[in-house]
Design a protein around this ligand. Sequence first.
Ligand code: NAP
Length: 499
Amino acid sequence: MAAPLICMTLTGKTLLEDIELARKYESYVDLVELRVDHLNDEDQLLVRNFPSKINLPCILTIRRDVDGGLYSGSELSRTNLFARALAFAENDHGKNFAYVDFEEDYHVPSLQDAAMAFNVKIIRSFHDMNGTVHKLRQKCMEMRKTGFEIMKIAFMPEKLDDVVNLFEEGKKCDFDHIFCAMGPQGLPSRILAALSNSYLTYVSPEETISNMNNIGHLDPITINNVYNFKKITEKTHLFGITGWPLVKTGSPEIHNKGYKNQNLDAVYLPFRTPAVSQAMNTAEKLGVKGMSVTIPHKETVLKYLYEVSPEVQQIGACNTIVRKNNHWYGYNTDAGGFKRAFLEILGNEKIKRKKVAIIGAGGAAKAIAYTIKQLGCKACVFNRTESSAEKLAKKYGFKWATLGQSSEKMLEEYSDIIVQTTSVGMNSTESSNENNDPIYFYNFDGHEILYDVIYVPSLTPVMKRAALAGCKISNGYTMLEYQAYEQYKLFTGKDYESK
Ligand code: NAP
């Protein structure tokens, strides 16, 4: 089977918008899908010339609302639209639609015959927006109308097992097919389309990706530049990150850049799941040899591990798992990553005499408290839930306090270095307030060093405030990078930074 194509779905309101998007991304994709159901009424009547306006083959799709599209008119009017779009076929095939998508229950022989006569390939599709399809191959056989179609099944997986099943079913098919699992859990089916022998994978331009809400498309640049999609084959080594909901993560960029630089046939991708055991099961079935583990799985993963490193034992959280000799081994690279980032921001300052405030007592704080203790600093843990602060602080002989106005004096005492480890401020670009700045009650005077483990946005509200007061600041991207380098070594045996 040939490598899967990249098809960009166009969901603009006007043909002009879609033409501009097709031209903008033409070097990243192999074909486009014109979603007529997203066009305004007037432009729906004018799609016939669309293929001649772009330099890519085009799929004609008029998706009904029941199948996840926007078309709510009658089947008769939909048939009229199909007929208008396919009519007056040109000898130059580039000026016609190259494909048309007919749902499995849409059977109009005259349109089908016309499509075949004009060399327009038929995609015969089935969508389940709410549930899983298990017997994909069998379903394709039942759906086939002509024997020449490309069979497409898109479904919403209930769990990652359903995605593993998709790969297994895809391998069994000896006919052209497109299998995609939608939603956050379905992402591996899109990036690893080569593993299911899928004919293509769908992407959406950044500009209109929100129109495909819930479907789980990547954008054309990310699938190429971050995931190196065209190079993925059955032989590619797989690594990943598991978490939930894991909406944003910078880890794939870091790891995949390393593979590219060092010419390794490997890809790193998200395995989003609310159950870490599902991710581990998937990894075992797909041959994934290592995974980063993030919120909320860093502690729940422990019970599935065969052996853990001394750091994991001490910290009580694991952010890296490696598959060796049919067993899972757990590591914590957050601690090492933070240590390097922390020493970097401190520069030549003598740390032993410094008093450190650790804001938060969650997973990140646990690895950070361990490091701060190792470095011999005095510290105080401040947390919204005081009992968690107490538990963490007692482990290392630190002080603790509730996070809030009442602890202002205590924070002043431990303000040489403030390490912000809560999720407060993540994704916030507004100026500081009670909801986005965990220490809104504290006034910086400029002597503090602030390290915020958050890295999106790159300047959090509390960082902005500290910078204005003249403090030395850093976001958590350095920690993310350095902990990823340690993972990279555990996964591949290679030093990330060596050429
Ligand atoms: P976690 O285990 O869920 O802990 C969350 C922490 O944030 C807890 O201390 C929690 O306090 C506190 N918190 C949450 N909402 C709060 C609110 N509204 N007000 C006050 N405190 C609040 O999460 P985590 O794994 O520690 O991650 C925390 C952050 O660190 C995330 O933004 C994550 O992306 C980031 N992180 C960055 C790196 C990196 O490499 N840069 C590594 C790991 C984590 P309670 O105990 O009271 O709930």
